[in-house]
Design a protein around this ligand. Structure first.
Ligand code: GLN
Length: 464
């Protein structure tokens, strides 16, 4: 039974990959070893034989962990990330590593060094990014749940574009040990699920303090599954209407507003709130994230990890050539931007100002969340766009995260849940943002949306 579920998952991953390109590796050997271990385990573990897909920037012992970059193309992790260690202990089986934007920089998956991932609802469209491979592994029915990572929306935005649930927990809820660093003060491991119940199940297993990550919090981990079906009657939901503005697609607006009405019918109280500094979110994010990235990515120098350029006459040239040949253009753009905003003369004008505005963004959330249990916004201003449509326009691409980045800046948790289909039959996602450690409330709200606006349609490409 257990082995047939895992084998079906492995087969589906391999069969669909030529079309969707969501996996960078399908880990048959590893899965066989795990099945062996599980068959010798007495009793039933909480995730016994549960197949899971993992983004390729999360370390998995002995498996390739490439971050979809040439610079780590043949790198194999020497240890498991804490989240993986905990999943293994719970009986889950990693069936493959998923494609992504290089070093988690992007919103469409077009920045992977190993080809674009296709959206299973329409293979001419992007799945979102940067965790597009994990989103597609779940949306196409290969697995029920997958791990991704979030720095500014990389789980919620692809979840929205692929019609599944995507959770970014509170900063510090899940250990980052073994997550390859992009922008450490913003990075989180996030979870994709076909439903909120799948995400709750996985979160319950991997959350909690880890002494190997000093930023992981010592906050008790509740049983997230048990609160899923609570009544939402009496809950207060805040709507920042000023953000439902320019650039928001009409179908998206309609689906989100319709769901707000349905939540009201269920007994939720809807209040208007304001997040006055949210409009600076993208600007602040692209200063802080690039600054931290320029520092974190300095470690890829051809000496410590992965790829080293050939034919260099001396050391400095070797560094230059390795980074020139190893990194893709978006990663280079970010390193340059980050180095610039940190350089003397510009540090005060950009970086330190961005930190101040980040504090204001956080304050906005504190004020708004004192008045409500969660905030509702669209997850993404549009549905899945066409492959190539925004790839020459970095600013248009950056705007994909307009609704998601501020939760990362503030460190608060947020979830995306499907709330309808557009006139082109593409999924639309709604986002709930909550106070620190309110993942249980967010999962409960997402579960309610799944019940009151169910989406019966499946993607065009779905394993069954
Ligand atoms: N799309 C955003 C970026 O390119 C967010 C990425 C992420 O969350 N990892 O930085």
């Amino acid at each position: 039974m257990v082995s047939s579920i895992i084998n079906r998952s492995l087969d589906d991953a391999e069969r669909l990959n030529p079309t969707l390109n969501s996996f960078l590796s399908v880990e048959r050997e590893h899965a066989a070893e795990r099945l062996d271990v599980l068959s010798n385990t007495s009793g039933q573990l909480p995730l016994h034989g549960y197949p899971i897909a993992v983004k390729d920037n999360i370390c998995t012992n002995g498996m390739r962990t490439s971050c979809a970059s040439r610079i780590l193309e043949n790198y194999r992790a020497q240890y498991d990330a804490t989240a993986i260690e905990r999943l293994n202990a719970a009986g889950a089986v990693v069936i493959g590593k998923t494609n992504m934007d290089e070093f988690a920089m992007g919103s469409s998956n077009e920045n992977s060094a190993f080809g674009t991932v296709k959206n299973p609802w329409d293979i001419e469209r992007v799945p979102g990014g940067s965790s597009g491979g994990s989103a597609v592994a779940v949306a196409s029915g290969v697995v029920r749940a997958a791990l991704g990572s979030e720095t500014g929306g990389s789980v919620r935005q692809p979840a929205s574009l692929c019609g599944i649930v995507g959770l970014k927990p509170t900063y510090g809820r899940i250990s980052r040990y073994g997550l390859v660093a992009f922008a450490s003060s913003l990075d989180n491991i996030g979870i994709f699920g076909q439903t909120s119940a799948d995400a709750a199940k996985v979160l319950s297993m991997i959350a909690g303090r880890d002494e190997r990550d000093a930023t992981s919090a010592d906050v008790a981990v509740p049983d997230y599954e048990s609160a899923l079906n609570d009544e939402i009657k009496g809950k207060t939901l805040g709507v920042p209407r000023a953000l439902f503005a320019d650039g928001l697609d009409n179908d998206v607006r309609h689906a989100v507003e319709g769901t707000i009405d349905r939540l009201k019918e269920q007994g939720a109280e809807i209040v208007e709130i304001e997040l006055p500094n949210a409009r600076y979110g993208i600007a602040v994010y692209y200063i802080i994230a690039t600054a931290e990235a320029s520092s974190n990515l300095a470690r890829y120098d051809g000496v410590r990890y992965g790829f080293r350029a050939e034919d260099a006459d001396e050391l400095r040239q070797m560094y230059f050539k390795t980074r020139e040949e190893g990194f893709g253009s978006e990663v280079k753009r970010r390193i340059m931007l980050g180095t610039y905003v940190l350089s003397s003369g510009y540090y005060d004008a950009y970086y330190s100002k961005a930190q101040k505005v980040r504090a204001l963004v956080k304050q906005d959330y504190q004020k708004a969340l004192a008045k409500c249990d969660a905030i509702i916004t669209p997850t993404s201003p549009t549905t899945a766009f066409r492959i190539g449509e925004r790839s020459d326009d970095p600013l248009a691409m950056y705007l994909s995260d307009i609704y998601t980045v501020s939760a990362n800046l503030a460190g608060v948790p947020a979830i995306s849940v499907p709330c309808g289909l557009s006139s082109e039959r593409l999924p639309i996602g709604l986002q709930f943002i909550g106070d620190f450690w309110s993942e249980g409330t967010l999962l409960n709200l997402a579960n309610t949306v799944e019940t009151i606006v169910p989406i019966e349609e499946k993607p065009a490409i779905f394993a069954e």
